[in-house]
Design a protein around this ligand. Sequence first.
Ligand SMILES: [Zn+2]
Length: 258
Amino acid sequence: MIRLTREFRFFWRSGETFDRSSNSWAGSGGSLLAAPFQLLRSTVTGRVDARTGYLVNIQVLDRAMAEFCNEYVAANANGTDLLAFIRTTPNISRHLPDGIQLLESELVVTPYLSLKLVVEPAMDVLLTEQCEFSAAHRLHSNSMTAEENRDYFGKCNNPAGHGHNYVVAVTVAVPALGDVGFSLPTFEHLIKTHVVDRLDHKHLNVDVPEFAGLNPTVENIAGVIWQWLSNIELGGSLRNVRVYETPKTWADFSQPMI
Ligand SMILES: [Zn+2]
């Protein structure tokens, strides 16, 4: 299957009329606006045209998203909530040519919050929120000798430890239809109390019981956070825990879909 994703960059203003020219590099449409800047992404599938090599012209996708946004803003002049918006995005399909199927749509609200609607195969909204914590750790395996640890983990085995600014992105799925009962402030509070407060400004090997006998690698940190969060009611089903140890290294923990 071939999938194509196009990102539509726009400023969210009441009374705004979007057109394809709204989708400039900076989403500015040629002017400097003090208004919420957001990204809407559509992922589509279909057949690649043998003559052009295109699945669909990206200008068609720009136009479909612009027209969808125009309709939505016109129908919701008094504002909306983000779940209501993302739930409506299957209407983008109305502006797509025959043979082009919308698989996913995603609204990136800030660098730290995004909502993705999985249209196919199941109608779910995947909400991802990012948080940060700073911690020290020492990579050291109790099942290896001191020399083996030094050889294998190198400077990460420094006896006094070292630190990282970790970034955690938690994804939960909420139903795309019906009353979901999801509260972003409650979700944030749960992430803070069950994850950040247990890890932030701690020495993981010393201060966090889960790592007393478990090497605090980024893989194991993701697994431990998953265990903590899987035991509490988040307002949606836990789908993924991503931990960035550095901007170049991250681990995802999830469970296969049944
Ligand atoms: Zn490290």
